[in-house]
Design a protein around this ligand. Sequence first.
Ligand code: ADP
Length: 434
Amino acid sequence: MNDAWQAEIRKVLVLLALALLAGFVSGRYLPMLLLVTAGYLAWHLYNVRRLLVWLRAGKGFEPPESSGVWDAIYEDIYRLQQRNRNRKRNLRRLLKRFHKMTAALPDGTVELRSGGEEIEWWNSAASRLLGLSYPRDVGQRISTLVRHPAFQHYLAEGDFDKAVEMPSPADENITLRLRIIPYSGNRRLLIARDMTRMQSLERTRQDFVANASHELRSPLTVLAGYLETLASAEGSCRDYQPQLRIMQTQTERMNRIVEDLMLLSQLESEIPAVDAAPVPVPQLIDTLLEQARELDGVDGHEFVVEVDRGLCLRGREPEIYSAFSNLVFNALRYTPAGGRITLRWRREEGVPVFSVEDTGAGIAPHHLPRLTERFYRVDAGRSREHGGTGLGLAIVKHVLMRHDGRLLIDSEPERGSTFSCRFDAARAVDCPPA
Ligand code: ADP
């Protein structure tokens, strides 16, 4: 371009020199200068017109033949066009590859625009799982096509860190897990995963545990009955008293495990009933305290109670009792004699919280994330020795999940632990007058 520009300047200077020479010969400088300038202008206008015609003719046409600076302009524009064309082709290929890739995904993927509601694009799995049809559903609002109340609530709530499960609108035998992922301003991606197989495996597991524990209950009751008869019998049975006592202790332990397993299965499989009457938590804590003192016997723990007696909880009493009693009896089990156990029930930062603090063994931080897993114990020997089943905290977690609550554990080895059940603010109710 630089060369062409210099050549053009040289051309203008030569033209000027010619005009001056002609002016000198004819004695008419001005007309000669005007004539040369007009000729030069006409040549440029002609080229501008050719450029417009060429640009409007669109792609695919080679630039017209020209000379000087115009040749360089055509060349540069042509090269720019070629580069853009290549870039566009590459982008188109990339887009096609991306669409093919997402189309091959087993999860339904729907692209939503305009505040995350209008459907713009979806893959074939989404057509199958959500019943979307092209072109009918392009531009439709997702809330008008997926009308299940769970999804409507999920959209309205706007907490997209969570996912929601519901039957597929295309086939109610398929269970879907839907998750919205916001991206790029107000755009959203809806991912629909088929959970039918996972759910059926989970149901098989739940049924197995429920059936196995149910089947074990009857033989255990028979065994416990006979053991009791033998233990109190006279005669040759007297010689086997120590063995019979061990058998009785172990049968009781098995019974507790079976009962805890059955309770867990029930918590997992039953849909929570509507919470009608408020749970009288203060009275429930009184009962627990009485039982704990009775169990404590000669150990002599110090009990401290801080209870808001006007605060009750919307929930299911037997479940809340199970959860709270597990925490209280764990504190007893893992706090040496003479230790202090503090039970609190009050509003903290506006939400109802039940907490049990002890000055017991405490738990090392690396155990904390696994503590609510079934049969996870920090010290299996100690847990068995105290009659633990390894299922207590799993029960607490499930009960809290069914009550929109969370279990928080704060613990330090040799210092003690605090187990807190934090419920949703909406679950707090004033206790009815006694
Ligand atoms: P377990 O029946 O063994 O007590 P849990 O599920 O109730 O089962 O508790 C799991 C493990 O967590 C226990 O084995 C114990 O190691 C630990 N743990 C629970 N509560 C406490 C506590 N208050 N202090 C120290 N460790 C505890």
